[in-house]
Ligand binder design. Structure first.
Ligand code: GDP
Length: 298
């Protein structure tokens, strides 16, 4: 992820820093190349435009062009703006609201996005890192295999799953999970909702109903980071309809172009909280905007 973007930007900034004195036009030309590199990384046009505008405003003034190291100053401005685009203010990476037990976490997303895997990864993390007692429940009544998959993963990571009762509706399972979490003294219960291949009314209505009976503390959207701008559209849709509190971008170990990570916050206003970096149960990391910006700029 980000290799091509990183290489492209590296080339632009190498030239800029080697050049010594810089005119405002030199900076503008360089930023035009940055914009093309962003678009090639599948960053959406409005995001790329806003980004360049923000950087240009700061980088073309005399304080920069007449400074002793203008190239480096421009690079620093780009870096800081990247961090700003990747993150909101005052956010702690990986922070989840899981106080007032039992705290419900609703996991939503399209089928195949990595939702069930991420549910188990996150449950493992909450158990091991935060010392929480977690209960997981699958609400995917249309796919018995998905319910069993969560059970298998639960056993693998040592997290309890709600016993499967055939014939129950998602809302009934959600109520049972809530009750079991309360009676069983769990700190957190995680609801792995059903996914569909595309967003449809039925899916959204089902998730809404589950949301309404559980009032989740966190609603996390799991999206495939390889799908670029589609991931951002999916997030917009889920946020409008369900209201999400954060995003988990999966498959960030793949060779995607990184556009989803760069556009997500700007377009949806929602933070990326975690990134999935593989199929293994510990391949989940907090999203650190500083580190990502550092990786992109090399
Ligand atoms: P769901 O349909 O959304 O519940 O998706 P699953 O959790 O079943 O995941 C679908 C496939 O993606 C599985 O083979 C997972 O192992 C794989 N997967 C999930 N997250 C990641 C990730 O971050 N990186 C990689 N490489 N594979 C992942």
């Amino acid at each position: 992820m980000f290799e091509n973007l990183s290489e492209r930007l590296g080339g632009v900034f190498d030239r800029l820093t080697k050049q010594g004195a810089l005119s405002e036009d030199d900076v503008r030309i360089a930023l035009r190349e940055v914009r093309v590199a962003l678009l090639e990384a599948d960053v959406s046009l409005p995001v790329a435009r806003s980004f360049i505008k923000a950087v240009e405003g700061k980088a073309t003034g005399q304080a920069v062009t007449k400074s002793v190291t203008p190239g480096q100053q421009v690079v620093k401005i780009v870096h800081d703006e990247l961090v700003h685009f990747l993150a909101g203010d005052n956010e702690t990476p990986g922070d989840l609201k899981v106080d007032s037990p039992p705290a419900p976490i609703l996991m939503v997303g399209l089928q195949g996005s990595g939702k069930t895997t991420t549910t188990a990864k996150l449950a493992k993390r909450l158990t091991e890192k935060n010392g929480k007692r977690v209960l997981m429940a699958s609400l995917d009544v249309n796919r018995p295999a998905a319910m069993e998959q969560l059970q298998i993963l639960g056993a693998q990571v040592g997290v309890d799953t709600l016993p499967i009762i055939k014939g129950q509706k998602p809302v009934e399972i959600a109520r049972r999970a809530k009750q079991q979490a309360t009676l069983g003294g769990y700190d957190v219960y995680m609801l792995d909702t059903a996914g569909r291949l595309s967003i449809d009314d039925e899916l959204m209505a089902e998730v809404e109903a589950v949301r309404d009976v559980t009032s989740p503390r966190e609603t996390l959207l799991v999206v495939d980071g390889l799908t670029g701008q589609d991931a951002v559209h999916t997030a917009e849709n889920f946020d409008q309809r369900i209201g999400i509190s954060g995003v988990v971008l999966t498959r960030m170990d793949g060779d995607g172009r990184g556009g989803a990570a760069l556009s997500m916050r700007f377009v949806t206003g929602q933070p990326i909280k975690f990134v999935g970096l593989g199929e293994k149960m510990d391949a989940l990391e907090e999203f650190h905007p500083e580190r990502i910006a550092g990786r992109i700029l090399g």
